[in-house]
Design a protein around this ligand. Structure first.
Ligand code: G
Ligand code: G
Ligand code: MN
Ligand code: NA
Length: 253
């Protein structure tokens, strides 16, 4: 069966699941947010990670209904945890360029927020640098999303299409330093220099900065010293199913 067809069946049969990874304040070591990460549980293929199907989903356009499912599920889970009495946390949701280019995207986000009653600022949309290739049409959409009150973050920063000239035109709240630079810090000086530079850019533009790929305690304290606000990575936790995430990161407080 074609993977596109399999993805459609997967949506119909509820084979998708969201995992959650904590985002930690490097100063206080407290959890401040969680990133939702898509998983596909297939009877034959086992658990499939997004790297194996997101690009096909984007090319075929099936990322649109999948993305809508992700948006609704992630918002619903945010509200469930709030209603269970845990402290309010932000939920980050990955958004593909293809989704952002969909004419219905802003309306879909608006509907998802309004029908759920979630506090819009607790919903973070992670977009990638590749939107810079479509700058003019995407800036307007980002402005419209910002008006809804959502938080906007640029994901995988430093790896994509060079977008420095657009960076201050986007209504962004934060930058995420791509994990390749953070993981590479202990190998060579160049990666450390890149991380420092990204932190400096973020400060200049008054954006919060999140380091991904924090795999050790040394990296965490070094990032904190360098002025990085938040960290995310295996040092703290792998992405976990919702129930496990709740047990380890919410219920323990
Ligand atoms: O969790 P993992 O490392 O396997 O994620 C791999 C890639 O898939 C990441 O780049 C991430 O941004 C992307 N991804 C994860 N979940 C989603 C999702 O819900 N929607 C979209 N569009 N991309 C996702
Ligand atoms: O591109 P994006 O940032 O959305 O993707 C996040 C991906 O990074 C997830 O698939 C997640 O599994 C992975 N990830 C999270 N923390 C770490 C880490 O510390 N090291 C590595 N190698 N990957 C990580
Ligand atoms: Mn991400
Ligand atoms: Na990333």
């Amino acid at each position: 069966m074609m993977i596109e067809k399999q993805l459609r069946v997967a949506l119909d049969q509820n084979e998708f699941e969201l995992y959650y990874q904590p985002i930690i304040d490097l100063k206080t070591n407290e959890i401040i947010a969680m990133e939702s990460l898509l998983r596909w549980n297939n009877e034959i293929l086992g658990q499939v990670t997004p790297d194996e199907f997101i690009s096909v989903a984007e090319e075929t356009g099936i990322i649109i209904p999948i993305g809508q499912w992700v948006l609704r599920m992630a918002i619903q889970q945010n509200i469930i945890w709030l209603n269970e009495g845990y402290k309010p946390l932000k939920t980050s949701i990955n958004v593909s360029v293809r989704q952002l280019l969909d004419p219905m995207f802003v309306d879909n986000v608006k509907n998802a927020i309004e029908s759920s009653g979630v506090d819009a600022s607790n919903i973070v949309l992670e977009i990638t640098e590749s939107i810079a290739m479509y700058a003019d049409s995407t800036i307007e959409k980002l402005m419209a999303l910002k008006k809804l009150g959502v938080t906007l973050s640029m994901d995988d920063f430093g790896t994509g299409y060079s977008s420095l000239s657009y960076l201050n035109k986007y209504p962004l709240d934060s930058l995420k330093i791509d994990k390749s630079f953070v993981i590479g810090m202990n190998q060579d000086h160049e990666n450390t220099a890149i991380v420092k530079t990204i932190i400096a850019i973020a400060k200049q533009l008054e954006l919060r900065v999140i380091a991904e790929g924090v795999e050790g305690q040394e990296e965490a304290s070094y990032l904190n010293e360098m002025g990085c606000d938040y960290g995310q990575g295996y040092y703290y936790s792998r992405p976990l199913p919702a129930s496990e995430f709740e047990e380890k990161w919410l219920a323990s407080d």
